[in-house]
Design a protein around this ligand. Structure first.
Ligand code: BGC
Length: 284
């Protein structure tokens, strides 16, 4: 037993890590120049990760995220690439490896909507949404897993060899009239995520999804910018507030950190209860 005069034992590494939960880790966030991607990139950087800020056609906004991170003492790099293009994805990962040495965390966030009534939906609208939201996640996840597998676990950095977090949506389970391409892409993300997780778990690679509900970003501006629209939106959210990008940022930090080390292949709904069938709060 320690005598009372003995100093406290030195703080061990796992205890230190809670101060900066992602210290020494390298993250790549796709579509990080705005909305959820931007908030996730900032949150990861605040927890000590060096972050690749991927963008497509939003260079100034991406540079602003890089500046914000460097101003608080973090490390970031802007990388332009279309996630649906195999060659550009390979180039983006090469740039990450060249600059930071490896990648520990991939946030597969880049996504878009191209809405149309089903009988009006063009093949181009269908294809672009599937290409970015689903094939984009496939290409980036494949590149990340190649790196995780060949590098293996770095025990002083993380319990896992790598973490992939797909930003999915409540619409991986809630059907969405007028948005069939989008809902189909997110349903695909769900089964892709779980199947990859099952395949690579033995390599100590974790693959999970975060499923945001209505988050205040440009993608759904029409759903929150007027009072009438906001009130209408609240009928779908039992918790009676819109989500903020930081709600997803906090969930992503936890999902990427060793605090969630035993979690693999799940869909984490961050939605204020949108998936609770709010129409059934009364009746049924
Ligand atoms: C969509 C948003 C929508 C939210 C809830 C998200 O995945 O991108 O436009 O507001 O789901 O319906």
């Amino acid at each position: 037993m320690n005598s009372v005069s003995e100093p406290n034992p030195p703080v061990t590494m796992p205890q230190c890590k809670s101060l900066h939960r992602l210290s020494g880790q390298i993250a790549l966030v796709t579509g990080a120049n705005s909305g959820i991607g931007r908030a996730v990139a900032l949150s990861l950087a605040r927890e000590g990760a060096a972050v690749g800020i991927n963008y497509l056609g939003g260079r100034d906004a991406a540079m602003a995220v890089v500046d914000e991170i460097t101003q608080f003492g973090g490390q970031a790099l802007a990388i332009g690439a279309d996630v649906s293009d195999e060659r550009q994805v390979e180039g983006m990962f090469s740039q990450m490896l060249k600059t930071f040495g490896t990648v520990d965390i991939l946030i597969n966030n880049a996504g878009l909507q191209q809405d149309a009534a089903f009988d009006q939906m063009s093949l181009a609208q269908w294809q672009r949404v599937i290409d970015v939201n689903l094939t984009g996640q496939f290409l980036c996840a494949r590149a990340a897993i190649r790196e995780f597998k060949q590098r293996g676990v770095r025990p002083d950095i993380s319990c896992a060899a790598g973490k992939i977090i797909g930003i999915s949506s409540v619409h991986e389970v809630i059907p969405w009239a007028g948005h069939v391409n989008y809902a189909a892409s997110k349903g695909g993300v769900m089964m892709m995520t779980k199947s990859i997780a099952q395949e690579v778990a033995p390599y100590r690679i974790r693959v999970n999804s975060i499923c945001p509900g209505a988050i205040r970003t440009p993608i759904n501006r029409a759903a929150w910018e007027t009072e009438a629209a906001y009130d209408q939106l609240m009928t779908l959210i039992p918790y009676r507030r819109i989500g903020e990008p930081e709600d997803i940022g906090r969930a992503a930090v936890w999902m990427a950190s060793d605090e969630s080390d035993y979690i693999n292949g799940i869909s984490l709904f961050v939605d204020g209860g949108m998936t609770l069938y709010p129409g059934f709060a009364e009746g049924g």
